[in-house]
Design a protein around this ligand. Structure first.
Ligand code: AMP
Length: 215
């Protein structure tokens, strides 16, 4: 069974995806990570996507569709179950995903929504930093590194995502409410949605997700 981790920016989708990848053997596909990588590498996709990402707006669906299709085609889909993080983000992408699933015979998917309030999203994103070497995450508001600016694990320099600034955070939340959150009604009608309280600690949220996947 494939899984879509759904929720606003900062709801913990990336964090939970890493746990699920390690402990439940999912293949993690984050469209945000793929876009950031393309931007850093200055590929043609990266050049097209950059201004949307920097403004906190959605990258055009056609570009996102080709990223997702290419990532899924890289692996032997018969033996993998996929975890989508940050995709789909609007109704057009839901339809696109349906087409890709049927072309690649990927079966079905389940949706888990991590419910986190706007206040908590702002608190999390405004303090979020990560290690530029090993990727380990910290939060300057509540999970600080032992030495300022340096990773506890590897000593690498900590950096902030360029779209984690107050103006872009507001725009990303606005886009979420306007374009992405309404998909919950669609998933609920299809009967494949489970909502989980996403404000408890990482391990409790993981246990709740695991329970849904096993149930
Ligand atoms: P994320 O890492 O999921 O928070 O995504 C960071 C940014 O990448 C978003 O604010 C969008 O600009 C872009 N992005 C990521 N996923 C998508 C998607 N499925 N559709 C359109 N834009 C996306």
């Amino acid at each position: 069974m494939n899984l879509i981790l759904f929720g606003p920016p900062g709801s913990g989708k990336g964090t939970q995806a890493k746990y699920l990848e390690k402990r439940m053997n999912f293949r993690h596909l984050s469209t945000g990570d793929a876009l950031r990588e393309a931007i850093v590498n200055e590929t043609s996709l990266g050049r097209k996507a950059k201004e949307y990402v920097e403004k906190g707006q959605l990258v055009p669906d056609s570009l996102i569709g080709s990223i997702v299709r290419a990532k899924l085609e890289e692996v032997d889909s018969g033996s993998a179950h996929f975890l989508f993080d940050g995709y789909p983000r609007n109704m057009e992408q839901v339809k696109q995903l349906g087409g890709i699933f049927s072309d690649l015979s990927l079966g079905d998917y389940r949706v888990i929504s991590l419910e986190v309030s706007d206040e908590e999203v702002i608190r999390r994103l405004s303090g979020r930093v990560s290690c530029s070497q090993c990727g380990n995450g910290y939060n300057l508001n509540y999970k600080q590194p032992k030495r300022p600016g340096l990773c506890d694990k590897c000593g690498g320099a900590l950096s902030r995502r360029s779209d984690d600034n107050p103006e872009t955070i507001r725009e990303r939340l606005k886009v979420y409410h306007l374009e992405t959150k309404p998909l919950l009604d669609y998933f609920a009608k299809n009967g494949n949605l489970t909502r989980i309280q996403g404000e408890s600690d990482e391990e409790s949220v993981y246990q709740a997700i695991q329970k849904v996947m096993k149930g």
